[in-house]
Design a protein around this ligand. Structure first.
Ligand SMILES: Cc1cc2nc3c(=O)[nH]c(=O)nc-3n(C[C@H](O)[C@H](O)[C@H](O)COP(=O)(O)OP(=O)(O)OC[C@H]3O[C@@H](n4cnc5c(N)ncnc54)[C@H](O)[C@@H]3O)c2cc1C
Length: 398
């Protein structure tokens, strides 16, 4: 008898959760299947680098999970049936249903066009690898002096604008932000941002809410048109519609509502982590979609599943923010220190040191995926079958 754990999505959080479960539970007792559409790990935090022409290190899952006991299933998830406890997948051989006893949902997110007219037809996105590669190919075909407008003044927009401006100095790069440039940052942070944007020659359109995208321009709410040979859309992420189509309780934006152990509040066999989950963090604020908070949600879910199956103590992984790490090209960066609930404090780290720091954070995140217990010793516990059965039968109160 084996308890079947199916993990959907092998991004930062799904891969971490699968690996950690494999290290927590006895191999004879569990069958852990990790389902992902692509054969290698995509470092989403580097998609702006990929778009700007850099090549990323290939990270095949077959190598990362070799010998871990996690079975990799390369297939696209098309649906989840929480009452039947099955997942519908499709691959080159056709459609199939996978049965689970415990499900970890970690399908992440994609770009968010926010219903702005013309975005889907004309804008480029960097939330996915295909999107980043499409933009990379387009940038390579632009003539000197042509304009690239990055829409969105959040972390991804800042990183994309600076990366493209540094990699393509002959292009005219602009950023359109709904508010002021980096207006959530500390004074020092904002000053540094302006300095770097100035050095890279990036035009900043502040308080410019983009309401329409055309092939050669974007339109702002105050009636202006900003010329744009290429528009890069970075105004936040949207979760995949799969969860919304299930009987799971989700938020208005489609994120799965979970308790403090990342367990669905409506179906106790289902856990959700990363961008796909609505997790309340410090200050009773929802966590933002990020690796910074997603990693701890994966640790928490994996440890809670292991504890419930083995009769161990439920974990209480601290989930809080420490800093916002922003790359500003390859030579510059900004580390904005924050409170536990993500509000900027005065301290910042800037310049080359910040760029190195950010690079180490990205490398560390990828290392964490391949080494889910962060070097801690493996502790494999025996599944207690009564607990496994109880855990999957009991539905949490509404
Ligand atoms: C350019 C960019 C820069 C960023 N920089 C930072 C940063 O500096 N710091 C930070 O904290 N966060 C950053 N983020 C956000 C961060 O990347 C995400 O929050 C993080 O990737 C979420 O992890 P996840 O595991 O929830 O989802 P993902 O990493 O998106 O993983 C989801 C996985 O599910 C797979 N999948 C999706 N749909 C299906 C399907 N139907 N069938 C099968 N498989 C499927 C995908 O292929 C992927 O492997 C950045 C994002 C972008 C785009």
């Amino acid at each position: 008898m084996q308890h079947r754990i199916v993990v959907l999505g092998a991004g930062y959080t799904g891969a971490i959760a699968a690996g950690r479960l494999a290290r927590r539970l006895r191999r004879e007792d569990v069958a852990i299947t990790l389902v992902n559409a692509e054969p290698d790990f995509v470092e989403r935090v580097r998609m702006h680098q990929l778009a700007a022409g850099q090549d990323l290190k290939p990270r095949p899952f077959s190598e990362m999970f070799a010998g871990t006991g996690v079975e990799l299933r390369l297939a696209k998830v098309t649906g989840v049936h929480v009452d039947r406890k099955t997942v519908a997948v499709i691959d080159a051989n056709g459609a199939e249903e996978l049965a689970y006893d415990t499900l970890v949902y970690a399908l992440g997110s994609g770009w968010n066009a926010q219903g702005v007219p013309g975005t889907a037809e004309h804008a480029y996105e960097i939330a996915s690898r295909p999107g980043a590669l499409r933009l990379r190919e387009r940038l390579a075909r632009l003539d000197a002096g042509q304009t690239v407008v990055v829409v969105g003044g959040g972390l991804t927009g800042l990183e994309a604008a600076t990366e493209i401006a540094e990699a393509c100095p002959d292009l005219d790069v602009a950023l359109a932000a709904r508010g002021g440039l980096g207006d959530w940052l500390s004074l020092k942070g904002r000053e540094h941002l302006r300095k770097v944007f100035g050095k890279l020659g990036i035009t900043v359109h502040e308080h410019a809410a983009v309401v329409g995208v055309e092939a050669d321009r974007v339109a702002t709410a105050d009636g202006k048109a900003i010329p744009a040979a290429v528009t890069v859309w970075t105004t936040g992420f949207a979760v995949h519609p799969i969860a919304e189509a299930t009987a799971l309780e989700v938020t208005g934006t489609g994120q799965i509502v979970v308790d403090g152990t990342m367990r669905s509040v409506s179906y106790p066999d289902v856990y959700a982590v990363g961008d796909a989950a609505m997790v309340i963090g410090p200050g009773d604020k929802p966590l933002r979609m990020s690796c910074a908070s997603g990693g701890p949600t994966a640790w928490q879910a994996a440890d809670a599943i292991a504890a419930r199956l083995t009769g161990g103590k439920l974990p209480n992984t601290p989930i809080r923010y420490f800093n916002q790490c922003i790359s500003l090209g390859r030579k510059e960066g900004l580390i904005q220190y924050v409170t536990a609930d993500d509000r900027a404090v005065r301290a910042v780290l800037t310049g080359r040191l910040a760029a190195v720091y950010k690079e180490l954070v990205c490398k560390g995140a990828a290392w964490g995926v391949a080494n889910p217990t962060l070097g801690l010793p493996t502790r494999r516990r025996r599944v207690t079958w009564e607990r496994a059965a109880a855990g999957s039968a009991v539905k949490a109160p509404a």
